[in-house]
Design a protein around this ligand. Sequence first.
Ligand SMILES: Nc1ncnc2c1ncn2[C@@H]1O[C@H](COP(=O)(O)OP(=O)(O)OP(=O)(O)O)[C@@H](O)[C@H]1O
Ligand SMILES: [Mg+2]
Length: 465
Amino acid sequence: MTEQKDIQMLKQKLLNNGVLDVLIDNPYEGIVVVDKQGYIRLINNTYLEMLGLNIEDAMGKHIADVTSHTKLPQVIESGRTILYDFWEVNGRKFIVLRIPIINDDGEIIGAIGKSLYADMTSGKLLAKKLRQLEKELEFYKAEFKKFHKAKYTFDNIIGESEKIKEIKKLACQIASSISTVLITGESGTGKELVAQAIHNASFRADKPFVRVNCAAVPENLLESELFGYDEGAFTGAKKGGKPGKFELAQGSTIFLDEIGEMPLTMQSKLLTILQERELERLGSIGSLDLDVRVIAATNRDLEKMIKDGTFRQDLYYRLNVINFKMPSLRERLDDIPLLISYLTKKLNKKLNCNVHGFTEDAVQLLMKYHWPGNVRELENSLERVFVFANEKLITPEQFPMLLKIVDVSPALYEPKTLTEAVSQTEINMITSVLKQVNGNRRKAARILDLHPSVLYRKIKKYNIK
Ligand SMILES: Nc1ncnc2c1ncn2[C@@H]1O[C@H](COP(=O)(O)OP(=O)(O)OP(=O)(O)O)[C@@H](O)[C@H]1O
Ligand SMILES: [Mg+2]
């Protein structure tokens, strides 16, 4: 309270001593003040001189009638400051600053425009410095883009199974929209791959793909990491502030990976951003219209998390506008041969080796395993084999671990859902009965009390040999 009083007293003193007049009527800055409707209520001589006008031509007129490219009406409407714009009038360049005037009740009652000569010596120096900074910025932007490049496209999503075909089709269709996308699925099923492919097929492809791993950033840093901060926002804040990942993704795509690990407090903040589509750095005065496509991914069961109270339902609805559920590899074992040949090319190139292919038995072995780590696990298993491969053809013996597991499996594999448990039981029973009857499918069908065609379908579905 006393502080407020002191400020008031100081203001009064300044007014009495004519300091304000000097501030307004100085030869270095053009100043114009407009009211809520945009009519000029104050204008200094410097500003009049810039425009080449007399006081009668300007005072009481609408700002848009006096200078056609004014942005003051915009400032009044949005209540937002526009900092450091360049403005050219009568062949001279100015740096301009536009600020809303807000009264104690928070109402916008007008706006101030301030213009500084940019073609004086100091202005020239400033412009030179700015050009230099712009050049540096371009350089870092290019570096940043290289670093943040999304390397995968739809061609890298391998698979002919119905589920994968559906995903590719939908992803192609929605790539160019701005709708938020949620990608769910087990670890290693290609969630990030799809996110990158969507970005690369969109009109934002030449802009950076900004990835945030919500699980890897410590909780207390996540807010500044996502939204950035202004200089002085808190003790220890970096000089000049720091842009957040959302700001870096402006005009492009942000990939919020492992969204299920985001703490509840941050979930609320993210929800606000997505609802208001406005971005504000911590401790800043201005804000920015958000033009960012959000793609989120998780291997967690968000619906269960909502029930447990660890994920916000309203945020889930915001994110789940378009949903992709990536199938596990065991749901599309038929795609394994295709994946093997794709990965063989990829790994030959990466490891500089010359593997020609896999024997039929080796492919069959890989199709029997349950791949809890999905395509990533498949890729890693092949990589381990390729590193030591002397032969051009890969045989089952080169996967000793798999041979062991597949032999004693399926018991080793723990189903996660009822459907998986049912499939697992079916696989176990069919395999053991087929063994008993030496592979005679008709006999097996009788023992299992199934119509032979049903048994054939199941054998095919589960790839039972
Ligand atoms: N359909 C696919 N075709 C080709 N490669 C794939 C496919 N799916 C996944 N991969 C490969 O598998 C690896 C893992 O994929 P990705 O990182 O996208 O998985 P993820 O779902 O994000 O996993 P996590 O949940 O563990 O982060 C990558 O090397 C990716 O290229
Ligand atoms: Mg991932």
